[in-house]
Structure formats: C-alpha cells, structure tokens
Design a binder for this molecule. Structure first.
Ligand code: NAP
Ligand code: HSE
Length: 436
C-alpha cells in the first residue's frame, strides 16, 4: 500500500452498492479515518455512462468508463469492484491484483467461478482479495468461516442466501402477493440482480453456496457443481399445502462433505415451521454451519440492499487498511484449489411432497401408490380433495413420502406422468427438516 497519507479507493460500479459505498466514504469520513488510522479518498469511479448525474457522489469525483485508468493508477491502493457480472469484472480484478492493488469485491459470480485462482494470484502478489459482501449481504460469514471457525472441520452448510427470493416467498406466503408483484417490489428495493432470473432461478444462491462450500470444506466448489432449481414453478396451492402441513417454503441452499465428496444443492424446499431457517423472513438471510468443535452455529442478518452490503464492503476495506497501517500482515485466505468428487443429486435422501392431478375413478389411487411402492418409496400421508362426482375434472392428490432416494422418486414421477389416469405433470418439492 502507498505511503501517501490518504488511502486511494477506486470504485468500479456506482449502482445500488457503489452508491452506498461512496455515500459512506464521504458521510462517515471522520469515523472511518479514526478507525483506519488514515483518511480514505475516493480516487475515481468506473461506470458505463459517464454523462449520467450521480446523486450521492461528490460533484468533483472522477468518473470514467476506462477501467485501466483506475486498476493500475499510482494513487489507487484498494479497488472496490461492485459492478457485477463475470466480465469485465473478472479482468478488472485480475488487472488490479497484478498491479499490486488490494481488491474488495461483492461479486459472487466471479468468486464462484474463479475464486480459488484469484485468491492464489492475490497471495502470490502479497495483496488481499476480500469478498465478505459476496455472500449474505451484511451478514459476517466469510470472515468467521476463514478466521474464527478455522479450527473446525466443517461438514455441512444449510442456508437461505438469496434476499430477493426470500422476500418474494415471504410476501407470497404471508400476504398472498403474486409472483410478479413480489419480484417488482424486490427490484424496487434494490435487492435483485441486474438480471433477476439469476435470483429466481437459484443461480445467485448457487454462486453463494459454491463460495461458502469452498471455504467451509477447503476445496474448490464451483457454481456448476451445485444442483439447482428455482422458484418459478411454485404456485398458490403449494403455499397452502405447505402451511396446512406445518411447513414453510424456502429457497434452500445446502451442502455436505460426505466420505471425501461434496454434495451441493439449491432448490425450493418445505422446511418444518419450527426449523430455525424456516423463521428467516423477508430480505433476511441465514447460514447454518456444522463444525466438529462448534457444533451447529447460525449467522443471520439482512441479505441484500445498499446499506447492509456497504457494511460488508467497508468492513473489508477497513481491515485491509488497519492491517497495513499497523504494519501487520493483510488478511489472507487458505489455499482451496484441491478438487473433491461431486456427488449427484440422484444420491440425495430426503422426504418429498408430490402434488398431482388424477381422474377420480375406482382403482386410481391403487395405481399411484403401486408405482411408488414399486420404486421403494414409502408413503407417510396422502390427501385427496373431493371433486363433484359428475364433473369429470381431475382430483388433486398430495402425497408426503418418508425419506427416499432421489433417483427412485424421480423414476416414480416419470412413471406416474406416463399413467393414463394422471393429468399433467406431477409437482415435486423436497421436504427438509434439518436431519436430511
Ligand atoms: P447495479 O445497481 O446494477 O450497479 C452496477 C454498476 O456497475 C452501475 O453503476 C454500472 O454503471 C456499473 N457497470 C456495470 N457494468 C459495467 C461495465 N461493463 N463497465 C463500466 N461500468 C459498469 O448493481 P448492484 O446491485 O450495485 O450490484 C453490484 C454488485 O454487488 C453485484 O456483483 C451484485 O451481485 C453484488 N451485490 C449486490 C447486492 C444488492 O443488494 N444489490 C448485495 C450483495 C452483493 P452505470 O451506472 O453506468 O450503468
Ligand atoms: N440479488 C442478491 C439477493 C443480492 O437478492 O440476495 C445480494 O447478494
């Protein structure tokens, strides 16, 4: 880091998070200086559109759309990347690290796809790549994982780590909001990704689970290693059944280290209403970890939005400045480049909710339960709603299974779909109560 009195900070991105960071750097300048031991100065800001007015930014701030003027500049010590997306963000981070700059990023996509190599590059250059804001918004989770829990062998992660979908699912379950309205609200609040399909299709949660699993299990887990389903197919009936059966629907992100292999998955799941993750509502996120020393530990807080994310970014900036000001080593991360086998979701064992429509004729239920029995899937309960006898409309059947193997359940679903008495595609949601 330079010996100039002020620490030069370049901001790549001036959107929801970038604006929060810029406002905090100027609005809390005195407090931050006292804590860091040196003032922090905004050296420049990368945006796409330099002509646009930027309320919240100092009027004389240097705006540019050329990242090279910031990532290699002599007066920049720390590059804060909050532009998002894989490229050009990845190229900017690499250029900054190669120029000997510390980097703070909120970019889960870059970290989930290239984290281990970037961390190795940072270590080689003797600088820090910090990424607390990439998972769980304002929740301190990366720091605790790599520092405070370092003595543990962590073997399981269960999390609700997408603020947008958690906000949407809460609004849909508790206030009966429509999917479209709930998503529009999440976007207005600044929670959603620039392309919200990353949120609703579970990709954002998969990026975050890959990062958490990499640090927890100390091996490379990338986003494509994570089995993923989103929330688009849920409908009002699923929320009603979940509620009636004592469950809450969450977009669950869960991974396990099992016999030297990793299993990681993101999908909507029925969580028992008493399970702590089921009680995490709105934009709040939570991460549960199981370590051999600590046991189960849970971290909870706001998972998205300008201020919580700024909290994580500024925390990373301050810890880098304080370490270098006091002559200590800058924060470093373990080598996580080892690869372990990835277990397919087909090997999962859990309980299942199955909703299908079947013609209400004699023998139909026997055919349905016969298929499940043939596949070794044991039933815990069956609900069938009565339909008028002469209407000819299919009746809705909901089946809850005991713990079963995913491959067997998937095969049973294919066989059920092929039955002439079953109408349309059966809906499958996993049920997890923390013991699966
Ligand atoms: P955003 O509001 O869309 O802002 C993105 C900013 O980056 C904009 O200022 C944009 O410039 C600039 N930018 C994007 N691509 C660029 C390019 N190719 N060249 C130059 N500038 C470019 O995004 P955000 O919500 O602040 O999110 C930023 C990052 O933080 C993402 O990685 C996101 O996943 C992460 N994050 C966000 C949250 C949250 O709650 N929003 C929470 C945690 C982490 P213009 O202004 O000119 O368009
Ligand atoms: N779009 C992300 C979310 C932002 O909703 O959780 C925080 O990473």
């Amino acid at each position: 880091m330079s010996t100039h009195e002020a620490v030069g900070v370049a901001l790549l991105g001036a959107g929801t998070v970038g604006t929060g960071v810029a406002q905090t750097l100027s609005g809390k300048a005195d407090e931050l200086t006292r804590y860091a031991g040196r003032p922090l100065r905004l050296s420049g800001v990368l945006v796409r559109d330099t002509a646009r007015k930027r309320p919240g930014f100092p009027p004389d701030v240097h705006l540019t759309n050329d990242p090279t003027t910031l990532t290699g500049a002599a007066d920049v010590d720390i590059v804060v990347e909050v532009m998002g997306g894989e490229q050009p963000a990845l190229g900017c981070i690499e250029a900054a690290l190669r120029s000997g700059k510390h980097v703070v990023t909120a970019n889960k996509q870059v970290m989930a796809l290239h984290g281990p190599e970037l961390l190795a590059l940072a270590a080689e250059r003797g600088v820090t790549l910090a990424f607390e804001a990439s998972v769980g918004g304002g929740i301190p989770i990366i720091g605790p994982l790599v520092r405070d829990l370092a003595g543990n062998r962590v073997t399981a992660v269960n999390a609700v780590i997408n603020g947008t979908t958690n906000y949407m699912l809460t609004r849909m379950a508790k206030q009966g909001a429509s999917y479209e309205d709930a998503l529009a609200e999440a976007q207005r609040n600044g929670y959603a990704e620039p392309d919200p399909s990353d949120d609703v299709d579970g990709r954002d949660a998969a990026y975050k689970l890959a990062i958490l699993s990499t640090l927890a299990f100390r091996c490379t887990v990338r986003e494509p290693d994570v089995y993923r389903e989103g929330i688009r197919d849920l409908d009002a009936a699923d929320f009603e059944y979940a509620h009636g059966l004592g469950y809450v629907i969450k977009l669950l992100a869960a991974s396990r280290l099992q016999d030297g292999a990793v299993q990681a998955r993101v999908y909507p799941a029925f969580l028992h209403e008493q399970y702590p993750l089921a009680k995490v509502d709105g934009v709040y996120n939570a991460v549960e970890l199981e370590g051999d020393l600590v046991g189960w530990a849970m971290f909870q807080g706001p998972g998205a939005g300008a201020a919580p994310t700024t909290s994580a970014v500024i925390g990373d900036v301050l810890s880098i400045v304080r370490a270098s000001t006091s002559g200590g080593a800058v924060p470093a991360y373990p080598d996580v480049r080892e690869r372990l086998p990835i277990l397919p979701v087909a090997e999962l064992e859990t309980k299942y909710y199955l909703r299908l429509r079947a013609y209400d004729k004699p023998g139909v239920m026997a055919q349905i339960t016969g298929v499940l029995g043939e596949m070794g899937v044991s039933l815990a309960s069956i609900i069938q709603k009565e339909v008028p006898e002469d209407a000819g409309t299919p009746a809705e059947v909901v089946i809850i299974t005991h713990k079963a193997r995913e491959s067997a359940v998937q095969e049973a679903v294919r066989k059920l779909e092929a039955l002439s008495v079953v109408y349309g595609q059966p809906k499958l949601v996993r049920i997890e109560d923390g013991s699966a």
